[in-house]
Ligand binder design. Structure first.
Ligand code: NDP
Length: 243
């Protein structure tokens, strides 16, 4: 009964930070959640326990977003457990900051693999299990709008690619009744930004960093009934930082 009554979400990168905040919010909305992690099995299991404590079902699967077979396996396991997928969120992402003179080819390839190729392959793998009314959300970044910090060229390139990918996918998926939108957060308090937040906060007009739950709130809108006319959009949520 639970899969018939409750929507099913698959959150790539749901073990920590923004993805965990999204997974918890979707559970509050009544959604059962499958989530992936790269390495942090214990963190992923904490998120699963928190979702189960809310009375929803959850499943954590190890899947490196740089690995196509892992992504397909995560989708298979989610469908084996829940039968279908209504909502896909791709939050998995990495950040490597370095000047162009020092950026290694290995780090360049890894950034492109996880932040761009992995986003595309995750969506591609999930789509056969999605139908009319499906909702897809990617997590880009406000650096796609303005990247004024030294060393951010590759990260900005990956997030700009996601914003444009989402426009193209929105056109492809519209006839199937599936929307896809991209959230572009500014600084959010997570492990990724832990050592930068103090430096960044004065640059944010609202004078604070964001919380993962605030991104979860936007995902609740984008995956809910009121957002059906919005697709292909990139929504910046950054306390005014990129204005
Ligand atoms: P965190 O580093 O806190 O968490 C990253 C999440 O992604 C974890 O669940 C992690 O899994 C997972 N992940 C990392 N690498 C991989 C991989 N190769 N394969 C699968 N999963 C992976 O990051 P944030 O929550 O801060 O960031 C989430 C997303 O939001 C990213 O795409 C990031 O670029 C974007 N973003 C973040 C901002 C911020 O200020 N924090 C601002 C704008 C955008 P595990 O726990 O196993 O390592």
């Amino acid at each position: 009964t639970s899969t018939a009554q409750h929507k099913i979400a698959l959150v790539f990168g749901g073990s920590r930070g923004i993805g965990a905040g999204i997974a918890l919010r979707l559970a509050q909305e009544g959604t059962n959640v499958a989530l992936t992690y790269a390495a942090a099995a214990a963190k992923a299991n904490e998120v699963v326990a928190a979702i189960e404590a809310q009375g929803r079902d959850a499943l954590a699967t190890q899947a490196d977003s740089g690995n196509a077979a892992d992504l397909q396996s995560a989708v298979r396991q989610a469908v084996a457990r829940f039968g279908r997928i209504d909502i896909v969120v791709v939050a998995a992402g990495i950040l490597h900051v370095a000047d162009v003179a020092e950026f290694s080819i290995d780090n360049l390839d890894r950034m492109l693999d996880v932040n761009v190729r992995g986003v595309y392959l995750a969506i591609q793998a999930a789509l056969p299990h999605m139908g009319e009314g499906g909702r897809i959300v990617t997590i880009g970044s406000n650096v796609a709008e303005r990247s004024s910090h030294p060393g951010s060229s590759v990260y900005a390139m990956t997030k700009g690619a996601v914003a444009v990918m989402v426009k193209g996918l929105a056109v492809d998926l519209a006839p199937r009744g599936i929307t896809i939108n991209n959230i572009q957060p500014g600084p959010i308090a997570t492990d990724m930004t832990a050592d930068m937040l103090e430096m960044i906060t004065p640059l944010i007009p609202v004078k604070r960093v964001g919380q993962p739950a605030e991104i979860g709130g936007l995902v609740a809108y984008l995956t809910g009934p009121d957002s059906g006319y919005m697709t292909g959009a990139s929504l910046t949520i950054d306390g005014g930082m990129s204005l």
